[in-house]
Design a protein around this ligand. Sequence first.
Ligand SMILES: Cc1cc2nc3c(=O)[nH]c(=O)nc-3n(C[C@H](O)[C@H](O)[C@H](O)COP(=O)(O)OP(=O)(O)OC[C@H]3O[C@@H](n4cnc5c(N)ncnc54)[C@H](O)[C@@H]3O)c2cc1C
Ligand code: FES
Length: 254
Amino acid sequence: MRQTKMEVVSQKLIADRVFELVLKGDIVLEMNPGQFMQLKPRRADLLLRRPISICAIDKEAEQCTLLYRVDGEGTADFAELVSGDAMDVIAPLGNGFAPTETKLGEHALLIGGGIGVPPLYQLGKDLVAQGSTVTFVLGFNSAKDVFYEKEMGKLGDCFVATVDGTRGTQGFVTTVTDALDFAPDTVYSCGPTAMLRVVSERFANKRTFLSLEERMACGVGACYACVCQRTDDPTKSYKACDEGPVFRAGEVVI
Ligand SMILES: Cc1cc2nc3c(=O)[nH]c(=O)nc-3n(C[C@H](O)[C@H](O)[C@H](O)COP(=O)(O)OP(=O)(O)OC[C@H]3O[C@@H](n4cnc5c(N)ncnc54)[C@H](O)[C@@H]3O)c2cc1C
Ligand code: FES
């Protein structure tokens, strides 16, 4: 993990308020799926860095892809970036998803909700490269919010659920997972807390891993803004930024 400058290669809008940002720099060589970066907004009055997951890693080209949704002033600042701009980052951060938790020939189920979908893409690529089978289930509010369905569909089956039914199955990710005709060996998930809670209940008897998108400030373990309670001892906690963001289901109270 280090602070460095990366160069903006490209940026484009891919869904409602969702941007795909490609950055270049040798820090990419240190990245693994499920890790995140702390990006510094260029506006001087925005002091805190914003945590964004690493979506795709191309070590040969020394490029990584981030997908983010414009929610507030920090992400609106990122949306102004154009090719050739410099971006100040601290990366890579956190403990990501371990593809090796899925063995050769096993079937992994990757469940993403909204802006929790991005880190599952590189994980899917690594799983396929190691000889595992992947199925994606992605949940969004509406058709206008859907992204990366085609990209993930190239790696394995990709099912989409939308709350309003304008794309794919009407309902939540669990509407789809409840109807699946196979039993996964491992489950990896990232998305809103309510979704992670249901996923961990439904797949309590599997090897299930959850990435928590807790609110963070420093992102490097120094400020305790991101603590989450341990289930084995409620008087103790983990810091999601450096001991997570990925935890085994049941390890932390969600
Ligand atoms: C480990 C991690 C990975 C993330 N990965 C992605 C990603 O790949 N793509 C993406 O679009 N977003 C991701 N997020 C959420 C992203 O960090 C926030 O949307 C962003 O910080 C909002 O900043 P803002 O200045 O635009 O909005 P603000 O004005 O700061 O806040 C706008 C909204 O974002 C929420 N928010 C603010 N900070 C955080 C935070 N640290 N974590 C969660 N919600 C927050 C607020 O509650 C509010 O609803 C991730 C968060 C974490 C912790
Ligand atoms: S965000 Fe500062 S300790 Fe985790």
